[in-house]
Design a protein around this ligand. Structure first.
Ligand SMILES: NC(=O)c1ccc[n+]([C@@H]2O[C@H](COP(=O)([O-])OP(=O)(O)OC[C@H]3O[C@@H](n4cnc5c(N)ncnc54)[C@H](O)[C@@H]3O)[C@@H](O)[C@H]2O)c1
Length: 453
């Protein structure tokens, strides 16, 4: 039987809030899926470290947090308020089904200009993908040569665990974090094999088809006591077995599906409509994109996984059960079209049919010409640093799902039975209040009556 227990942690230091270990030594970042998002993230970190560029979009690097009263004028940077790993301490590895090193993969992804890539080439060129756990049946529009062989899925999980230990040793990392930046897998529903560690391990040895490759990485990571963040809409860690492993091994989990372009806009706009009690009769969203992610999503199985993730957002924000007249009967459609000429530069159109006073209809059109991986990269960075913070926090490391990181996800994971918060501003308040709580600072409620005493 595999050993899931990781060694006990030492060296804690206290604050006014709860205990958080200092981020000593290097932090190893392990990335299954070294495509557009992963390479844009790593190239960006290196560019920032070299002083070539700034980490726009990253809350951990550029964000501030208000403490105390508005009159106190205390707004430190997030990274000065909580003890986060420094960018200089990050080291990287990854897995992919293609053999390209990160420099070649980034050049092929075509997100960043060659000039910038050449300035970070020594690091990117040195990161070569480990052999992946992959099965074409879970990503129909993809196939590649750099794939592990094993006698069953348990054997593959053991190989991934060996990769993780090897990386930790060779890089000298003191701690590790895994973040899934691999493709969207075909739609899978939770089933009996996902319900407990025992059932899952038996199913691994039996090559059960309900276990997708992403779950094998997640199982390996959590068994090694390493946090796992899920950037794709795949089920992966959103199943009871992973919740159990996460809590048992003090390895935080979060997911799923990075909230970047169109869904980010939705979770900004919809709370505004609800705040002003503007009704919704329909929201039609369509996208064209031409990167490999778009190609993968051209398969109906992978698209269904993405569609489920994108569709749930409005229902939860608008709460039709509480506001039947306003939101009881709206049509919500999402389309993604693979259109190669656009590459990573996606265009997302939204047609929004709303109504106001006495039911008079109005329309809003949003045309977001975005860059998918440019929006995703700072999210990857923040998730890496916050998951590492969580694993060093006495209060967070053993709770399993890190709901305070919902801010970054289209389909936030929550405790069973709890509905997710999708409103970006509630999510941000939740995140910042968690940080205040960890450091023993007063939570901010925005009541503000004390200013008028
Ligand atoms: N860019 C965004 O805005 C955004 C937003 C939300 C979610 N995502 C998700 O993030 C993921 C990455 O996006 P991307 O644009 O970098 O895609 P990409 O296709 O460029 O990269 C994904 C990489 O994962 C590899 N891969 C697939 N299965 C694998 C496996 N089992 N093991 C190892 N590697 C594997 C592929 O070969 C590919 O290189 C996708 O699932 C995407 O849906 C992206």
């Amino acid at each position: 039987m595999p050993n899931h227990r990781k060694p006990a942690k030492t060296e804690t230091r206290s604050h006014n809030g709860s205990e958080i270990q200092a981020p000593k030594g290097k932090l190893g970042v392990m990335i299954p899926g070294m495509g557009a998002v992963a390479t844009t993230f790593v190239a960006g970190v290196e560019a920032v470290r070299k002083g070539i560029a700034k980490p726009f979009g990253s809350l951990t690097q550029m964000g501030t947090i208000r403490l105390g009263k508005r009159t106190d004028a205390r707004s430190p940077k997030v990274k000065e308020f909580v003890p986060l790993a420094s960018l200089d301490d990050l080291v990287f590895t990854g897995w992919d089904i293609f053999e390209d090193d990160m420099y070649t993969a980034a050049a092929k992804a075509g997100v960043l200009e060659r000039d910038l890539l050449d300035r970070v080439k020594p690091l990117l060129g040195s990161i070569k993908p480990r052999k992946a756990v992959f099965d074409h049946n879970y990503v129909k529009n993809l196939d590649g040569p750099n794939v592990k062989k094993g006698k069953n899925k348990m054997d593959l999980a053991e190989q991934v665990r060996a990769d993780m230990r090897d990386f930790k040793k060779s890089s000298g990392a003191a701690r590790l974090v895994t973040i899934w930046c691999g493709s969207t897998e075909t739609f899978i529903e939770p089933s009996a094999v996902h319900q407990s560690i025992k059932a899952f391990e038996k199913a691994l040895t039996q090559n059960d088809e309900n276990i997708a490759p992403s779950m094998i990485y997640a199982y390996a990571s959590l068994s090694e006591g390493v946090p796992f963040a899920n950037g794709a809409p795949n089920l992966t860690v959103d199943i009871p077995v992973m919740h159990e492993l996460s809590r048992q091994n003090d390895a935080p989990i979060c997911g799923k599906d990075f909230k970047t372009g169109q869904t980010l806009m939705k979770t900004i706009l919809a709370p505004g409509f609800k705040a002003r009690l503007l009704g919704l009769s329909g929201w039609f969203s369509t996208n064209i994109l031409g990167n490999r992610d778009g190609e993968v999503l051209d398969d109906p199985g992978s698209f269904k996984t993405k569609e489920e993730s994108k569709l749930s957002v409005l229902e939860h924000i608008l709460q039709p059960e509480l506001y039947p007249d306003l939101y009881g009967n709206f049509t919500h459609k999402v389309r993604i079209n693979y259109y190669p000429p656009r590459g990573d530069n996606k265009e997302g159109w939204d047609n929004i049919d709303i109504f106001g006073w006495l039911g008079y209809p109005m329309q809003i059109k949003v045309d977001f010409l975005c860059r998918d991986s440019i929006l995703a990269a700072p999210i990857v960075l923040d998730l890496v640093l916050f998951n590492d913070l969580a694993q060093r926090s006495a209060e967070l490391r053993g709770i399993g799902i890190q709901e305070w990181l919902s801010f970054y996800f289209k389909s936030p994971m929550t405790a069973p039975g709890l509905y997710p918060e999708h409103d970006l501003f509630i999510q941000l308040m939740k995140l910042k209040n968690t940080l205040r709580h960890l450091r023993g600072e007063e939570l901010i409620t925005h009541l503000g009556l004390e200013y008028y005493d």
